[in-house]
Design a protein around this ligand. Structure first.
Ligand code: PAF
Length: 283
């Protein structure tokens, strides 16, 4: 496994792999890797001749600068894990490599970034689109792997790929959870063990709420989930929205869509956690 730092090094390797007709799979990450990332990496290694993982904490997607400073970084540890998983190349660039000039591009994703994370983290998805489009341009992958925990991010990336006409297949992967049900996230590292026990209520309540949909309206389920979680001192729901899984717009009736997902953001102390649950699967 090689750890490459420059755009040129990656482009040279990618060009020579292309000459050999090798398929290239790509997993973009910000490091602090956990089992959620490893599930993407395993699928990438299995599906492609070459697996490239990027590790880059992208400043343009942090609307909260304190979050950027506190973001866990440990390249040595991440690299050890990735080598064991059979990754061929880690791309760990500096900020100057990715943004030699400030990226001033503004994406227009219509309504899908005007809701949920888009409201609460202004500019976040524009930053994600900037970095992912730049990384796709450098790596030129056949396939790229993203987790469904970041449900809205996945929709944004699919839209961006369509808008830019990029020849990459986006492969979604299911949420990986701890045995307790807590969705894996790099941010979990910032929870105390007591907070971690409390945060389990998020997935537990979402999972319970599946039973409520037969007898409750959409608004009632939203209220029950929100009230149940807000009853914990340490938890504060930022939003809970039940949306059409394609458009990400809130629905008001269970018959409004054949693909329904509940998306939540909750503060556990100072740590912001997201999760989601599928009420009606894509047919
Ligand atoms: O999901 C993430 O870790 C990041 O948003 C991504 C896709 C690596 C872009 O920085």
């Amino acid at each position: 496994m090689d750890i490459l730092r420059t755009v040129k090094e990656v482009q040279d390797v990618v060009s020579s792999m292309r000459l050999e007709d090798k398929t290239i799979g790509f997993v973009p990450t910000m490091g602090a890797l956990h089992e959620g990332h490893f599930s993407l990496v395993r699928k990438c290694v299995a599906d492609n001749d070459i697996c490239i993982v990027s590790i880059f904490v992208n400043p343009t997607q942090f609307n909260n600068k304190e979050d950027l400073v506190k973001y866990p970084r440990n390249l040595g540890r991440d690299a050890q894990y990735l080598e064991k998983e059979g990754v061929n190349i880690i791309f760990a660039p500096s900020e100057d490599e990715i943004y030699p000039e400030p990226d001033t591009r503004q994406f227009d994703f219509g309504q899908i970034d005007k809701v949920m994370e888009g409201i609460h983290r202004p500019g976040h998805f524009n930053g994600v689109a900037q970095v992912v489009s730049r990384l796709f341009d450098i790596v030129k992958p056949d396939r790229a792997y993203f987790g469904e925990k970041d449900f809205q991010q996945l929709a944004i990336i699919r839209t961006m790929v369509k808008q830019l006409g990029l020849p990459v297949q986006i492969v979604p992967m299911p949420i990986v959870r701890e045995e307790s049900g807590l969705a894996l996230s790099s941010r979990n590292e910032r929870l105390t063990s007591e907070q971690k026990n409390i945060a389990v209520a998020i997935s537990k309540t979402l999972s319970e709420s599946r039973k409520w949909i037969a007898g409750c309206t959409v608004a009632e389920v939203v209220k029950n989930v929100t009230d149940t979680l807000n009853a914990y001192d340490e938890l504060e729901v930022e939003y809970y929205e039940i949306v059409d899984g394609y458009t990400l717009q809130s629905i008001s009736d269970w018959v409004d869509s054949d693909y329904i997902v509940g998306c939540i953001a909750v503060f556990c102390g100072e740590v912001r956690l997201i999760d989601n649950i599928v009420y009606k699967a894509k047919s």
